[in-house]
Design a protein around this ligand. Structure first.
Ligand code: SF4
Ligand code: SF4
Length: 394
């Protein structure tokens, strides 16, 4: 929601905030940066928009959502940050790297500064044929790959694993190839409300053009925005007479589809080779805290023969954020001290995990970096659940 002239109360009901500080107390970023969400709520209550420019740490927020989960007044402090960023974007006071990422979404349809024509290059290394819905091929599901899994060489491996696994399991899916758009999740979290609205309008019309109503996402961020942000934004746009098709999307994160296959008896341990590893699952914020999806990834890992599944102390809605969300892939951040991702790989090492299993491209990226920085390259792997399945399925 765009906040005009600092009117945070109308947008976010901030006067209900009792300044208890539970939000700040739960914020892992506040331990190593000046980010203090309770103080920012106070600025919102006082409508002191002019103060925002002095708070560079607004860009440190990873949009993990734990402050919203913990707020005893059911407020949405994480959304207030998005509103504050929106004000800063309007005023042009944003970090250069964020500005470049947002401009790239406008020109290239991805925040990575890569040409649209290269979005489907990762397909070249595939052995299996995949349907392309944008070329007129019909499929039950669109497999929405997303910007990071399309362009980042490490994460492209997850896209290829997804194709291999879903094909082996007989799921009827297709992709959009070069025509796949940015979902808009990261631009929205970076406060670019206008750009997000434009993407919602364009994308819903694109889905309608290709009769897409069922979507599987690789990323919890895409899942979250399709499920939680698109309907409200589409409603607002319709009220403003925008041409929005009447389609109802059925969106699932891939772990939910795999869970369904397990429940239907189409995926079980007998279809897999042994995976003799100690596996620790890292809950992504956008799957767990924001959408209460905790069980499907665990169910999948638990049927893999030979895998010894263990848990972090901080798991499920207490899981430690990897700091990859909320536009943080493009904002340097003002924080000092140990990154959460380093703490996470150290915790995994202490628990003698040999594989950290993830289900989010940003978690894969941050934890991979941390694994190398912390010196665990020989003893530990970070793998997306799709990559594990691709390795074990017969
Ligand atoms: S937890 Fe909720 S009520 Fe308490 S300070 Fe934060 S936003 Fe205000
Ligand atoms: S969303 Fe997460 S990082 Fe941002 S203020 Fe809330 S707890 Fe801190």
């Amino acid at each position: 929601m765009e906040v005009e002239e600092g009117n945070f109360d109308e947008a976010y009901d901030v006067y209900a905030c009792m300044q208890c500080g539970k939000c700040t107390g739960s914020c892992a970023v506040s331990l190593r940066s000046d980010l203090n969400i309770r103080e920012l709520m106070r600025i919102a209550i006082l409508n002191e928009n002019g103060e925002l420019e002095k708070h560079e740490e607004i860009w440190d927020c990873t949009s993990c959502g734990i402050c919203t989960v913990r707020c005893p007044r059911d407020l949405k402090p994480a959304e207030v940050i998005v509103g504050m960023r929106s004000s800063l974007v309007e005023g042009g006071t944003i970090p250069i790297t964020v500005r470049d990422a947002l401009e790239s979404v406008g020109t290239n349809n991805n925040p990575w500064g890569r040409p649209k024509s290269k979005r489907a290059e990762w397909l070249e290394d595939l052995d299996v044929k995949v349907k392309n819905i944008s070329e007129g091929e019909d499929a039950e599901y669109l497999l929405y790959i997303g910007c990071t899994a399309s362009y980042d060489p490490r994460i492209q491996s997850v896209s290829r694993a997804a194709i291999n696994v879903l094909t082996k399991l007989g799921v009827d899916f297709g992709i959009l190839g070069e025509e796949e758009p940015c979902c808009g999740s990261e631009p929205r979290m970076m406060g670019e409300t206008g750009l997000f609205e434009m993407l919602v309008e364009d994308n819903l019309n694109l889905f309608d053009e290709f009769s897409i109503s069922k979507i599987i996402t690789l990323s919890p961020h895409a899942y979250n925005t399709f499920v939680n942000d698109y309907p409200e934004c589409a409603k607002r746009l319709k009220e403003d007479d925008a041409e929005i098709p009447d389609i109802e999307l059925e969106v699932k994160h891939y772990t939910q589809i795999l869970e369904e296959l397990i429940d239907d008896g189409r995926l079980d341990g007998e279809m897999m080779n042994e995976f003799s590893e100690t596996v620790i699952y890292h809950d992504p914020c956008y799957l767990g805290k924001r959408n209460n999806i905790f069980e499907p990834p665990r169910k999948i890992l638990n049927i893999i023969p030979g895998a010894r599944c263990i848990e972090f102390d901080r798991r499920e809605d207490r899981s430690l954020c990897c700091e990859g969300g909320g536009g943080r892939m493009w904002a340097e951040g003002t924080g000092t001290g140990e990154r959460n991702s380093i703490i996470r790989v150290n915790d995994a090492n202490r628990d003698e995990a040999t594989v950290i299993a993830v289900a989010c491209p940003f978690c894969l990226s941050t934890l991979e970096d941390a694994r190398a920085t912390a010196g665990y390259e020989e003893t530990m792997r970070v793998m997306d659940i799709f990559e594990i399945l691709d390795e074990v399925l017969k």
